[in-house]
Design a protein around this ligand. Structure first.
Ligand SMILES: Cc1cc2nc3c(=O)[nH]c(=O)nc-3n(C[C@H](O)[C@H](O)[C@H](O)COP(=O)(O)OP(=O)(O)OC[C@H]3O[C@@H](n4cnc5c(N)ncnc54)[C@H](O)[C@@H]3O)c2cc1C
Length: 438
């Protein structure tokens, strides 16, 4: 006998999405989140295609009423400091969906979880899921530990793993494949009174290539005059033993010194947080579902944040999984095939974004591309807004290939990565500085 139809592990954007969409259709859902919200999380820049899922979640009025900075474009600065023209989403798609937001995740995630509750989700904070329970190959529930330390079992017809990078089921079944190319790390902090553009450029994300071309900076203007500024570079470069000994602050400051485009923008600004560090190592799962279980968001896969696609992928996988679960519960089929029927199409979409990311690390320049192929500006912008689940955008690839150095080896597929454990101890999942904010 089940206590619920569905149990969701984790209350981040993926968990909040899948649970809300299920509850909207009358499914009995319990969600367990180990933290108490608001809690810090990285992943602050949304992309326009989140609009359609936020609309289904009834989140748009809340987003419009929020203090989050409106984002209309993304702009690139190349290694020699040259600024591309902004890629305005609205010019490509004249619809209100082309304006998105720069969020503070502690606030956004709390809004999403509250919204889930308003739709009937029984969401519990401070409750740790210790393990998923199985009857043979079939997931039948979870074992939890609540805030008072009490442990108990809860049963459901379907278990959704939305536990983020903790990736409970991926670890249990050893499903993780580490990306052979996208093995990065990140260090970041927050600045007040840093440079901000004006008008519709105020909320633009800037992607600034480092002068040595090893990595890039994100520059994300947020509300209350705060800018999130972080550097992403190969894991072994950013977290070499010598650099780790010297501390993240020194590494960050050395990179600032090297990069005039960042240095100029934060000169005169006040740092209002310590230095955060995390691994930024992409991975994917070889399966999206099993009998009675399904993976969504980072619990399924994580892709390098170059184009800010993480929350979109969390929302879209949550949406696709919810639709498959509703259908499966109605027909009494909660097999791997039914719960994971969206997996192949989703993987194709992630592959498109991954290809764009890998091209950037291999030297692709947006500015040079649109100068040579102005007729493809719209298709590249479609990719940047996250319109990934259509082959319409595939017309950009032959043109991109034509600009590549003929001797450059092809980009390895994600499946060519290793499933062996990778030593990431030099940068744990997340290092929070003392007195961190926002
Ligand atoms: C450096 C960096 C920069 C990024 N920048 C961006 C960006 O600009 N834009 C963007 O869209 N994305 C960005 N991302 C990606 C983004 O952070 C993630 O893709 C997104 O948060 C995934 O959402 P999720 O719901 O799957 O997981 P999460 O948001 O991680 O939520 C998972 C939740 O599960 C809970 N949990 C874990 N284990 C358990 C357990 N055992 N029991 C109960 N609860 C549990 C956790 O506490 C957490 O709240 C970035 C990521 C990194 C590393």
């Amino acid at each position: 006998m089940s206590d619920y139809d569905v149990i969701v592990i984790g209350g981040g954007p993926a968990g909040a999405t899948v649970s809300t969409l299920l509850a909207q259709r009358g499914v009995r859902v319990a969600l367990y989140e180990r933290e108490r919200f608001p809690r810090f999380h990285i992943g602050e820049s949304l992309i326009p295609e989140t609009y359609w899922v936020l609309q289904r979640l009834n989140m748009l009025p809340k987003m419009k009423a929020s203090p989050f900075v409106k984002k209309y474009s993304v702009q690139f600065v190349n290694a020699s400091g040259r600024l591309s023209a902004p890629f305005y989403f609205h010019d490509n798609k004249p619809h209100e969906c082309s304006q998105t937001w720069q969020v503070v995740r502690s606030e956004f995630d709390q809004m999403m979880l509250e919204n889930a509750r308003e739709h009937g989700v029984e969401a519990h904070e401070g409750v740790h899921v210790l393990e998923v329970l199985f009857d043979g190959n079939r997931a039948v529930g979870v074992r939890i530990r609540d805030g008072s330390g009490e442990r108990r079992e809860v049963r459901a017809k379907v278990v959704v793993d939305a536990s983020g990078q903790a990736a409970l089921l991926q670890n249990r079944f050893r499903l993780r494949v580490w990306d052979p190319v996208l093995n990065k790390g990140a260090i970041w902090t927050y600045w007040e009174n840093a440079y901000r553009d004006t008008g519709r450029d105020e909320g633009a994300t800037l992607v600034i290539q480092t002068p040595n071309k090893k990595g890039w900076w994100w520059y994300i203007p947020q509300h209350d005059d705060v800018v999130s500024v972080g550097v992403v570079a190969p894991f072994d470069y950013l977290f070499s033993p010598a650099k780790v000994r010297n501390g993240h602050e020194q590494t960050y400051q050395e990179e600032v010194e090297r990069c005039e485009a960042v240095k100029a923008r934060i000169s005169g600004a006040e740092r209002v947080a310590g230095y955060f560090a995390t691994r930024d190592y992409s991975y994917r799962s070889t399966a999206v579902a099993g009998d009675g279980w399904v993976l969504v968001g980072d619990a399924f896969g994580f892709l390098d944040p170059l184009y800010s696609s993480g929350v979109l992928l969390a929302l879209r996988s949550g949406e696709m999984a919810a639709d498959a679960i509703v259908e499966g519960l109605a027909s009494g089929d909660t097999s791997a095939a039914q719960l994971g029927k969206w997996g192949a199409g989703f993987n194709e979409g992630v592959d498109r974004m991954r290809r764009l990311v890998c091209e950037f690390y291999a030297g692709f320049s947006f500015g040079a591309f649109v100068r040579q192929y102005p007729e493809l500006r719209g298709s590249v912008t479609d990719l940047l807004i996250g319109d990934l689940f259509t082959d319409r955008v595939d017309r950009v690839w032959p043109a991109m290939e034509s600009l590549r150095d003929a001797n450059r080896p092809p980009i390895p597929a994600w499946r060519d990565g290793t499933s062996a454990e990778v030593d990431l101890a030099r940068a744990p999942e997340l290092t929070l500085p003392d007195g961190h904010r926002p």
